[in-house]
Design a protein around this ligand. Structure first.
Ligand code: FMN
Length: 220
């Protein structure tokens, strides 16, 4: 799809359907995702509100199957290493479930790797100058960098859905962050934050249930 056609489709999709109709998709058709569509998704993702407008996100779109398989192998290796931990003896069922939850991205035609760059606001600098620990600082700052990148990932997934693609926001593959960063040639201080497989859904996309809004919303 060219960029104008993608924009038209997005305009027609509407927010209710783009947001309310999205669901995590974990099985994909092999049809490739044109790079123009990926570009449109990222153009929308970066409209996210973000702390200080620092735009501390980077996106690496992987449509090369060999690289995708190497990424899956990196996750498998990380999980193999965990499986050997004495603390996880007797957890083979949980390890198997984790492996499935962390590796299905390899079956998608496109895998988006999302990276975060360090972000220090003026307030962070003040707290650092005062000598607060990372834990104390996080308590008072609530990770604006990760909140910003999360907002972009959510918009990316909604844009993908509006264009007729399925996606799944994944953090389990971050278990293999060093390996995946090395494979993609991403240098520190950038850090892997999420992996998002994208492709045409193989099956119906059924939004999952949510708690009634009255359970999660209060007015004071
Ligand atoms: C921060 C974050 C991390 C997630 N990590 C994974 C993951 O590693 N693997 C996976 O299959 N799903 C993952 N999910 C998807 C959630 O399981 C899913 O969003 C949730 O069950 C609600 O379903 P829905 O996305 O279909 O509405 C993640 C979602 C978020 C927001």
């Amino acid at each position: 799809m060219n960029i104008d056609a993608a924009r038209r489709q997005l305009a027609e999709a509407g927010l209710q359907s783009a947001v309310g109709g999205r669901a995590s998709v974990r099985r994909f058709l092999p049809d490739p995702v044109p790079r123009e569509d990926v570009t449109t998704m990222v153009e929308l993702a970066v409209r996210a509100a973000n702390a200080g407008n620092a735009q501390m996100w980077r996106f690496v779109a992987v449509d090369d199957a060999v690289t995708q398989v190497a990424m899956r192998q990196a996750v498998d290796d990380a999980i193999d290493e965990m499986a050997a931990w004495p603390q996880l003896a007797g957890s083979s069922k949980e390890i198997k479930a984790l492996r499935a939850y962390a590796t299905f991205f390899v079956d998608a035609p496109l895998v988006m790797a999302v990276f975060g760059l360090p972000y220090l606001s003026r307030a962070d600098e003040m707290l650092l100058a005062r000598g607060l620990s990372t834990e104390e600082r996080d308590r008072l700052r609530a990770r604006p960098d990760l909140q910003s990148i999360g907002a972009a990932v959510q918009l990316f997934c909604s844009a993908a859905h509006a264009l007729g693609y399925g996606s799944c926001w994944m953090t389990a593959p971050v278990l293999a962050a060093p390996g995946i960063e090395g494979l993609l040639g991403v240098e520190p201080p950038a850090r892997l934050v999420a992996v998002v497989p994208v492709g045409r859904p193989a099956g119906a996309v059924n939004p999952t249930s949510r708690r009634p809004v009255g359970e999660v919303l209060e007015f004071r």
